[in-house]
Design a protein around this ligand. Structure first.
Ligand code: URP
Ligand code: ZN
Ligand code: ZN
Length: 477
């Protein structure tokens, strides 16, 4: 079955051109320039097919045609203790992702302390299989590095889970000490895996939290006060130092501060294999929301917390300059009834916020339209760079012959207002409530199948497959 996505402007991480995309079954067959690229008429090769040969035409006139997004940071169906679980499962969360132009996610199986990595992986496969509407990979959260865990790591990587996620925060549940982090980095280097780090100094945060609560400072705004930029900056520097000594590639998740950007940029200039991810919430929201009423502010209790507004410019600039490489969502939604557990004590509030649906719309409206990001940079941070860093490229994150036909047709001119009433995420609040965005996702193909049509989900649960990822590429991405 041939599908022709006709009449649009094809944007990749390297440029934009007027071209049609021919899809053959699950993969891209050709990108057919409507005008040969200037000075290089052979660049697109001989046109192998035209509309006459297509079984289906998707009209992309006046729209942008992009590779499907790769969200490298989601937490679906995640238990966080006390019976609280993130509110989107692999079906509801991936439907929301697809409607927002994301066709691949990488989620986080979480080792229970005392448990094995194999158990965690089996548990996440069971959560995702039969539910996910888009393809998915896993990063393995190691919360307990015992000799038995070390022996399991080779199997996990051979099973296609080629990245570990480690925590420098949450000492009571997830944190590894520096010795364990360093050892995990050495093992990862030898296995061809990359280490992802949640970089906040957990012991300092816990001491600040204890002090705040003892002083009666229990409102959500103290969540931000007890996680100041310095605890991220210190942890990022420590992580870069350890990864350099271990010669292990390093990916810092959810970078929120100018302080961290400076350290990552400096490491990259030295040639270190260090990558930084930021998230829409740090690009578009700021700490002033913590001044709102308790349950309004509760919606923004996430780690790291939101920062002063001036830091947003640093993050946009870093994305534009490729000092930061990716934008993931850290989608971790909770019902307001679960957030309410921390109404009288912020330290009891589940950390996290929704966002899986809004990554492309916000990058477009606040990035491209605001003149902070070019279209090719948007595509890079949204799709291509995460695919490259996590061993999925060129199958994912690319519009090239042979790539999976994961394609987004995006209408840059339609306007809408983000609202809990209309979002697809299964959660009763939205951090971007009332925000106007220009640009809507019109059509999404995932491995050649139309799963979003005129903005509505038309796919089916369970069509997504597990992605066995390759090793981290030896060169810098
Ligand atoms: O507050 C957040 N980000 N919750 C999700 C888990 C994590 O730390 O990434
Ligand atoms: Zn984190
Ligand atoms: Zn996270």
């Amino acid at each position: 079955m041939y599908t022709l996505i006709a009449g649009g402007k094809v944007v990749t991480s390297t440029g934009a051109r007027d071209a049609d995309v021919l899809v053959d079954g699950e993969t891209i067959a050709a990108i057919i320039d409507r005008e040969p690229p200037q000075g290089n008429p052979a660049a697109s090769g001989p046109a192998p097919a035209g509309p006459a040969r297509a079984d289906r035409i998707v009209d992309a006139t006046g729209r942008y045609v992009l590779p499907g997004g790769v969200d490298p940071h989601t937490h679906l169906d995640l238990p966080v203790g006390g019976g609280v679980v993130s509110s989107d499962d692999f079906e509801t969360g991936t439907i929301a992702a697809a409607c927002g132009g994301t066709t691949t996610i990488v989620d986080f199986p979480t080792q229970v302390r005392g448990g094995s990595l194999a158990e965690a992986l089996d548990t996440w496969h069971a959560k995702a299989a039969g539910r996910s509407v888009i393809d998915y990979g896993f990063h393995m959260i190691v919360s307990d590095l015992t000799p038995a865990t070390e022996r399991e790591l080779g199997d996990i990587v051979r099973d296609g889970v080629t990245s570990l996620k480690l925590f420098m925060a949450y000492p009571d549940r997830l944190m590894l000490d520096d010795g364990m982090i360093f050892r995990a980095m050495e093992i990862s280097r030898d296995l061809g895996a990359i280490v992802c780090l949640h970089a906040e100094n957990g012991h300092v945060v816990d001491a600040l939290v204890r002090g705040a609560v003892a002083a009666g400072h229990t409102a959500p705004r103290y969540h931000a006060v007890t996680r100041p930029p310095e605890v991220e900056a210190e942890a990022v520097q420590r992580a870069i130092t350890m990864a350099g000594l271990a010669r292990c590639p390093l990916y810092i998740v959810h970078v929120s501060t100018a302080h961290a950007v400076v350290r990552i940029a400096e490491a990259r200039r030295r040639g270190a294999a260090v990558y930084g991810e930021t998230c829409p919430q740090y690009l578009c929201l700021d700490e002033s929301v913590y001044e709102r009423d308790v349950m309004e502010a509760a919606k923004y209790v996430m780690s790291p917390p939101l920062r002063p507004r001036w830091m947003q410019a640093w993050l946009w600039e870093a994305l534009d300059q490729a000092d930061l490489q990716t934008v993931g969502t850290d989608h971790c939604p909770f019902w307001l009834r679960d957030k309410a557990r921390g109404r009288d004590d912020f330290s009891k509030m589940p950390n996290g916020a929704p966002g899986i649906e809004h990554r492309l719309a916000l990058l477009h409206a606040r990035g491209v339209r605001a003149g902070r990001l070019s279209w090719p940079r948007l595509v890079d941070v949204f799709a291509t760079a995460p695919a490259r860093i996590f061993g999925l490229h060129p199958r994912k994150g690319a519009l090239e012959p042979g790539s999976d036909a994961d394609v987004v047709v995006f209408d840059p001119n339609a306007r809408r207002t983000i609202s809990t009433a209309t979002h697809r995420m299964r959660v009763d609040s939205d951090p971007y409530e009332g925000v106007e965005v220009d640009g809507v996702v019109d059509t999404v193909l995932a491995r050649g199948e139309v799963i979003v049509e005129r903005g509505e989900f038309v796919g089916r649960a369970g069509r997504g497959t597990f992605l066995r990822r390759g090793p981290h590429p030896p060169s810098r991405g």
